[in-house]
Design a protein around this ligand. Structure first.
Ligand SMILES: Cc1cc2nc3c(=O)[nH]c(=O)nc-3n(C[C@H](O)[C@H](O)[C@H](O)COP(=O)(O)OP(=O)(O)OC[C@H]3O[C@@H](n4cnc5c(N)ncnc54)[C@H](O)[C@@H]3O)c2cc1C
Length: 215
């Protein structure tokens, strides 16, 4: 992938910030577009297990997360009605060695605040709610509710469970299907069903594969 590509990440949630931080470390010019006017301390506790901590360690934020969160002594799964312990994992120095990282509980707001420090200052555009994506030659125009338009070479949808990016992308695919009456979705060859093939479609330079797999 060309380092000169302008990358737009839609959504400054947990996924968007993490994605942007890694891409920026690789030298890409990344702007994150977030619909909210600012970050606010909402939500409850988030469990970050060793596999997540190992990834976030590579962003250099493990220490700050350990300071922001708490390290439980154990993970206990209980039956909902009796409270009986069904299984328990002891979390200690030995488990940290075994799993390759610590296991913490952190408030979502604190996790967000720490993740934000991993993103280049000034690269999050708040108050930008994506409403449309338009192909203009090789580039993509991002259209926002506030009337702004921005151009990017690659758009990554990280806009959560009600993803607008996913809606736009799937609508395009639906329209393509409808343009071929007599062909049902099931008629597609395995190659045509491959999400990575959709990503290569000339109409769209790139989209976050996570959404395609989750769709
Ligand atoms: C109650 C609860 C408990 C959970 N506990 C855990 C846990 O313990 N551990 C764990 O790993 N996971 C947990 N999860 C799951 C975790 O929260 C999600 O997997 C994670 O938040 C998904 O990240 P995301 O970046 O895809 O979406 P989000 O974090 O939801 O971020 C999406 C962002 O996109 C923005 N956005 C949306 N639409 C637009 C638009 N049109 N234009 C611009 N911006 C837009 C939103 O404002 C938001 O900031 C929990 C989830 C819930 C609901």
């Amino acid at each position: 992938m060309n380092r000169g590509n302008r990358i737009a990440v839609v959504g400054a949630g947990l996924g968007g910030l993490t994605c942007a931080a890694f891409l920026q470390r690789e030298g890409f010019a990344v702007t994150v577009y977030e619909q909210a006017p600012a970050f606010s301390r909402i939500g409850a506790g988030i469990i970050l297990s060793a596999n997540v901590m190992k990834v976030l360690r590579r962003l250099g934020i493990e220490r700050r997360l350990l300071e922001a969160g708490i390290s439980p002594d154990a993970f206990v799964s209980r039956a909902w009605d009796t409270g009986e312990a069904l299984y328990e994992i002891t979390l200690d120095a030995a488990s940290e060695v075994r799993f390759g990282g610590p296991y913490i509980n952190v408030h979502r707001g604190d996790l967000h605040a720490v993740l934000e420090t991993a993103v280049r200052p000034g690269s999050i555009a708040f108050g930008h709610s994506l409403v449309g994506l338009e192909q203009t030659g090789e580039a993509i125009q991002l259209v926002f509710e506030n009337g702004a338009r921005q151009e990017a070479d690659i758009v990554i949808g990280a806009d959560g469970i009600r993803s607008k990016v996913r809606d736009i992308l799937l609508k395009q695919i639906d329209e393509k299907q409808r343009a071929q009456p007599g062909r049902k979705v099931e008629d597609r060859t395995p190659e045509e069903r491959d999400p990575s093939r959709i990503l290569d479609a000339p109409a769209w330079n790139a989209f976050c594969q996570t959404f395609l797999r989750g769709a």
